[in-house]
Design a protein around this ligand. Structure first.
Ligand SMILES: [Fe+2]
Length: 355
């Protein structure tokens, strides 16, 4: 294999899916001269099994082939969680606008039209490989956050499923409020990790059944600030640490840790506060039986303008009704909000045995 921009062991593996043998050989020669490793396949029928076997870093895909056309292969790669982020560059003689649109709709990342310019093809491939590395790093960051949420739920039995359910409900409300992109991600992560500070709270206190002393309450009240400190080193923390810190603030200013009131409380923290209270009431706690959906919503209405943002409460109740009716949220939810299935009343889990 010729010298290329990568050490041989790290050379990206490219899968060339192309039925024209001359083009296939030309692509293989160009790519190997640049240091890529290459696996080629000549028909759409075997493409997916070759990809599953070799797990390439990048696909160069012809559109018109025997077996299955390139668009169909692309759609199937995007639908498979193992390959949904795999970069696909369509290499085709069909370069009309409608062909490009059809390819992008099928999930392709980029296009090169035949006859292709070698330098352009290689530049687009380098860009696709870089994008894949970014996506993989984001997936790793997401896995770390999910692992932290699992650690909290494992330590505090009362939280079993609570953080994942809350992330889903809080994100649905955030969508209704109009939050999108980074702000919507922030609410989902903030909800998922709102109680991460409980990792530092002594287990006997988390599991204590019966009335809490003032000292107990003071210790528990440290968890928002501890959670903020735990998450601060994460790269995307700025979007959700204010939610972690302020999820126990109250609309009337009588919450903690900073006694913020009204709009001074970050919007994401106000959203999470409503979703947190609803889930705690609806699921119940060892020291408090579960309430019905209607009872929990009545309590939210009573506390609107005191504990909760009065504009968010009716929106949240409306969103609960929509979820109950099986209606999807207005836009797709971010991954952190999809760790739990749709929150219907019949998915209630039994109240755990300890605080
Ligand atoms: Fe909390």
């Amino acid at each position: 294999m010729a010298e290329g921009p990568w050490p041989v062991v790290d050379a990206p593996l490219v899968c060339v899916i192309e039925d024209d043998q001359a083009v296939q050989r030309l692509l293989a020669r160009i790519l190997m001269a640049e240091g890529y490793r290459v696996v080629s396949v000549s028909d759409g029928k075997h493409a997916l099994s070759v990809i599953a076997e070799h797990q390439p870093h990048l696909i160069l895909l012809d559109v018109t082939m025997p077996g299955a056309d390139g668009h169909e292969i692309c759609r199937r790669l995007r639908a498979d969680p193992r390959t949904f982020a795999l970069p696909v560059i369509i290499v085709t003689a069909r370069g009309a606008v409608e062909d490009i649109v059809a390819g992008l709709d099928a999930g392709a990342n980029d296009f090169v039209t035949k006859p292709f310019h070698q330098l352009e093809l290689l530049a687009r491939m380098r860009s696709a490989v870089r994008m894949r590395a970014v996506v993989l790093r984001m997936e790793e960051a997401h896995a770390i956050v999910a692992a932290l949420a699992n650690a909290v739920e494992a330590k505090d039995a009362t939280l079993d499923g609570h953080c994942r359910r809350m992330a889903h409900r809080a994100a649905r409300l955030a969508v209704q409020v109009g939050l999108r992109d980074v702000d919507l991600d922030g609410v989902a992560y903030g909800a998922l990790l709102h109680d991460v500070g409980k990792i530092a709270i002594p287990e006997p206190l988390l599991h204590k059944v019966g009335p809490l002393t003032d000292a107990d309450r003071a210790t528990l009240a440290r968890h928002p600030e501890i959670g903020e400190r735990i998450c601060r080193p994460l790269r995307s923390a700025r979007s959700f640490t204010p939610i972690i810190r302020h999820h126990h603030e109250r609309w009337d200013g009588r919450g903690y840790p900073d006694g913020l009131r009204h709009d001074a409380i970050p919007l994401g923290a106000r959203i999470v506060a409503v979703a947190d209270a609803y889930d705690a009431m609806h699921q119940g706690r060892p020291y408090r039986p579960a309430r019905s959906r209607e009872e929990a919503c009545d309590e939210l209405r009573r506390e609107a303008g005191r504990q909760f943002d009065p504009t968010l409460v009716p929106m949240f109740i409306d969103e609960i009704d929509q979820a109950e009716a099986g209606l999807p949220p207005g836009v797709p939810l971010p991954p952190a909000a999809r760790l739990f299935a749709a929150p219907h009343s019949d998915d209630r889990i039994p109240a755990p045995a300890a605080r």
